[in-house]
Design a protein around this ligand. Structure first.
Ligand code: 5RP
Length: 223
């Protein structure tokens, strides 16, 4: 394959390829346009699975619209795979996520899965995280305090006009120098009032399926 595919076509291609990893049981499902293509593909093989756990209200609605049962995370005992997109990912499988504002539930569902399968088009594969502004979910009363603390770390926080599924706010932090994503993920999460931040480095992806104009490449952690 070497025809020029659009970004949307690449997202669909990689989402379809993730279906090979779906065997049975309950599947953790991410949020965003790439995850939406995965949900549509999952619907074609829904007879193989018991259902899914959703990382957002939007994902839950889309799963249900396809007749896929949505389980409450508290009613199940983990899952084999979590499939989701990312805004950026490095060769170390560290991700920056939350462009769609679902970062906290995404991180919680991912924590319950044995394997995180990240599905991305090649524009998301970067040498260093941070060109995409880092989303930080904050409790509403803490937004100004957290913004000041993030500024001390060298970032330029901007309040997104958005309320999360959890009733909180998002600060999008520009200009952060993310030399050590694990360290920064921990540091930002320690600011009082932060619910979580969009760095997924402490728990990175296990498998990256990367759509390129030459086809889908499979990259495994520590391969
Ligand atoms: C949502 C996310 C998404 O995975 C990320 O924004 C990528 O989205 P898309 O697949 O639409 O490019 O983290 O919170």
């Amino acid at each position: 394959m070497n025809e020029q595919l659009s970004q949307d076509e690449l997202k669909k291609l990689v989402a379809n390829s993730a279906i090979d990893y779906v065997k049975s049981g309950i599947i953790g499902v991410g949020t965003g346009s790439t995850a939406n293509y995965f949900i549509d593909a999952l619907a074609q093989i829904k007879h193989k699975i018991d259902g899914a756990v959703a990382s957002s209200d939007a994902t839950a609605e889309r799963l249900k619209s396809h007749g896929i049962e949505v389980f409450d995370l508290n009613d199940i005992n983990g899952m084999d795979i979590y499939v989701d997109g990312a805004d950026e990912i490095t060769e170390h499988m560290h991700m920056l996520k939350g462009g769609g504002g679902a970062l906290t539930r995404e991180k919680i569902v991912a924590a319950n899965a044995k394997e995180f399968i990240c599905i991305c088009d090649e524009s998301k594969y970067v040498p260093i995280l941070g060109k995409f502004p880092l989303p930080v979910e904050v409790l509403p009363m803490a937004k100004s305090y957290v913004a000041r603390e993030l500024t001390k770390l060298g970032g330029q926080p901007q309040l997104r006009k958005f309320t999360t599924d959890n009733g909180n706010l998002i600060l999008d932090v520009h200009e952060l120098k993310i030399a050590d994503p694990i360290e920064m993920e921990i540091q930002i999460n320690q600011i009082v009032g932060v619910v979580t931040n969009g760095l997924f480095a402490v728990r990175p992806a296990n498998i990256l399926l990367l759509a390129t104009s030459e086809g889908v490449k499979t990259i495994k952690k520590d391969a």
